[in-house]
Design a protein around this ligand. Sequence first.
Ligand code: ADP
Ligand code: SF4
Ligand code: MG
Length: 369
Amino acid sequence: MQEQKTVDGLDHLNTPTDDVILAIQSMKKYYDVGGGFAIFGRGQHLKAVDDITFNIRRGETFGLVGESGCGKTTTAKTVLGLERPTGGNILFQGNDISRMSRSEKRNYRTNVQAVFQDPWSSLNPRMRVRSIVAEPMEIATSMTKGQITERVGDLLTEVGLNPYQANLYPHEFSGGQRQRIGIARALSLNPELIILDEPVSALDVSIRAQIMNLLVDLQKEHNLSYLLIAHNLATVRYMCHRVGVMYLGRIVEMGETDPLFDNAMHPYTKALISAALPSHPDIVREEIILPGEVPSPIDPPSGCTFNPRCPMKIGDICEQLPPKLGLEETNHEVSCHLYNSSLERAREAGGGAAASLSAEPQEAAVEAD
Ligand SMILES: Nc1ncnc2c1ncn2[C@@H]1O[C@H](COP(=O)(O)OP(=O)(O)O)[C@@H](O)[C@H]1O
Ligand code: SF4
Ligand SMILES: [Mg+2]
């Protein structure tokens, strides 16, 4: 029997198992954006996702959070097979999706479904709800018409709609109801993993909690795994067991949700949290204003890509040596030279350049924190 993990402070969530359903290993997605001397093979690349590694366990919600443009949707599209990764591996239940046979790929497409931010653009406006929800079953199963009709009714009930609404078109629903239709469609093939790309961002604040609670209930009921992509920290904090914070295509901090929010380590995570509304009006927080804009992923800064904006930068090392993500505390990884193990990891990987840089200023900066 598998050991169950508990997640402090997230009592409304289920307890995921240790069984890894999706493993992302050093995944990269670079877009060729021309420029340079493409004829000599030196065209420019936009590094939308640049070497990210994380796991999602069965029954778990893993969140990816970060500002617009940091690579969240590209990660989702690559996992869904809508984009081909430039490097790295994607393993579903231990099988590399790039090496799957046709039938294994079909199985993967059944087991991994998606719900997108904007139900308007993801639901065909000319199709009745019945057809929208039935379509995946018509394509991927040998169910009879009667069985499909019955299942459509059950699915609509399960997401809080009424089976008679199957006759209606998407425009006859509110935003929240349309997202429920999208969820019913995503559930239709009994998937094991659902990619939720900003599933509540387009909804009125009053509706968001209802949809989040529906997703949490469905997860418990079906032991679903979610990859939840969001820029809103409150959504991530409420729904996720674990979180990865992305900046310029990389994960800079990763850990269990409550410890990560309560004890953020990376300067970028600290700034993100400081800029979010506190969960209670009595909580006073000083906002960390980051200077400048997010740099271009076509020509990211050398060393730590956050260094031009980092309020805690500690000198040359930050400009010269890319920090590596690694364990800093139990289940809490960070990629920053403020933490000694990052320097050790970089030394192991970088050899000479790393060894020539002193660790001294690092200690001074930690004291100043
Ligand atoms: N098809 C594409 N071609 C070129 N660049 C792209 C493409 N799709 C996304 N990008 C770029 O990749 C980066 C990451 O985008 P995206 O994954 O959509 O970010 P997020 O979802 O975090 O807002 C952005 O700089 C974006 O402009
Ligand atoms: S490595 Fe340096 S620049 Fe990067 S986040 Fe840490 S302190 Fe800031
Ligand atoms: Mg996006």
